[in-house]
Ligand binder design. Structure first.
Ligand SMILES: [Fe+2]
Ligand SMILES: [Fe+2]
Length: 297
């Protein structure tokens, strides 16, 4: 069922553009295709020394530079697929009061995988000399670094104690990695849109848990991993995945604050995934391109 749903998503998202048919062929024959036809292909596959024609340079829609724009029906299908899988499979496997940390452990194991897929494909493009987008590598690594700390926090809380939970989460993650690699090669906008839905569900899951368990969480101490990451760690990597020019500095006094910080991180990922579907560039505080009030420096 999992693979069938994603196959549908994949086929629908690629049907609207010739990008799919040409994506792989373009790796070796990009220039002729661009010169002799009006076939669209992603700049991800361009040779860096290709001179853009005048039509391309006038095209200000960023999503046509690195992927193919999605129709509303494809976005709806992505939303349905993720909602269906989470509501009918994931939540059933990890249902029950005492299964919250296991559920979050599995969520973090699986939901961070797309960032590895993006990095892998971007590295492949660099190896082939077809794509130079170092900023994307930095951004997606910073996102994976953030998600890794979510996972470490869940492990410290005991979410990975059962072999069966580790087995399910890690095997799903393995298949998900390959699927997202494929989607990212075919159409990065599709891969980003799908992950936007996943991150949106992650945000909603944490938000619901916070509302239902606020008093209990406030009586418990923050895990050491959370203090190391949010308070005492090098905040460069933390700032690097905030693409809204937002200076976030979570206050961590107890376990409630930790879950608030994680929930807000998930929303930052949602915003980043949404932005990358329509804009090629972004700014982080570390770039010096954001206006940050002196009081926040
Ligand atoms: Fe996370
Ligand atoms: Fe996430």
């Amino acid at each position: 069922m999992f693979h069938l749903l994603f196959a549908c998503v994949c086929l629908s998202s690629t049907h609207q553009s010739p990008i799919t048919a040409n994506a792989f062929a373009s790796l070796s024959t990009t220039l002729p295709l661009a010169k002799h036809g009006h076939i669209f292909y992603p700049s991800a596959l361009h040779s860096s020394n290709v001179i853009p024609d005048s039509k391309e340079s006038l095209d200000t829609n960023p999503s046509t530079k690195f992927g193919s724009p999605l129709s509303d029906s494809v976005k709806d299908l992505n939303r349905f697929a993720i909602g269906f899988l989470k509501g009918n499979l994931f939540d059933n496997i990890f249902s029950g009061e005492d299964r919250a940390y296991a559920r979050f452990y599995a969520l973090e194991t699986i939901a961070r995988v797309p960032y590895f897929s993006y990095l892998s494909v971007l590295h492949l493009y660099e190896t082939l000399g077809k794509w130079r987008k170092a900023k994307y590598l930095k951004l997606h690594f910073a996102e994976s670094w953030n998600e890794m700390h979510h996972l470490l926090i869940m492990e410290e809380l005991g979410g990975n104690e059962r072999f069966s939970d580790r087995f399910v989460a890690q095997h799903v993650a393995f298949g998900y990695f390959a699927l997202v690699c494929f989607l990212y090669v075919v159409n990065p906008v599709e891969a980003y849109n799908l992950n936007q839905e996943v991150e949106q569900h992650a945000f909603a899951t944490y938000d619901e848990y916070l509302k239902e368990n606020a008093e209990m969480l406030k009586t418990k101490p923050a895990p050491k991993t959370a203090i190391d990451y949010y308070i005492e760690g090098d905040m460069y990597m933390f700032d690097e995945f905030q693409t809204e020019c937002e200076m976030r500095r979570p206050e961590i006094k107890n376990l409630y604050d930790v879950f608030v910080a994680i929930r807000d991180d998930e929303m930052a990922h949602v915003k980043t995934m949404e932005r990358l579907q329509t804009e090629l560039d972004y700014s982080s505080i570390n770039d010096g391109e954001c206006l940050v009030p002196d009081s926040q420096n």
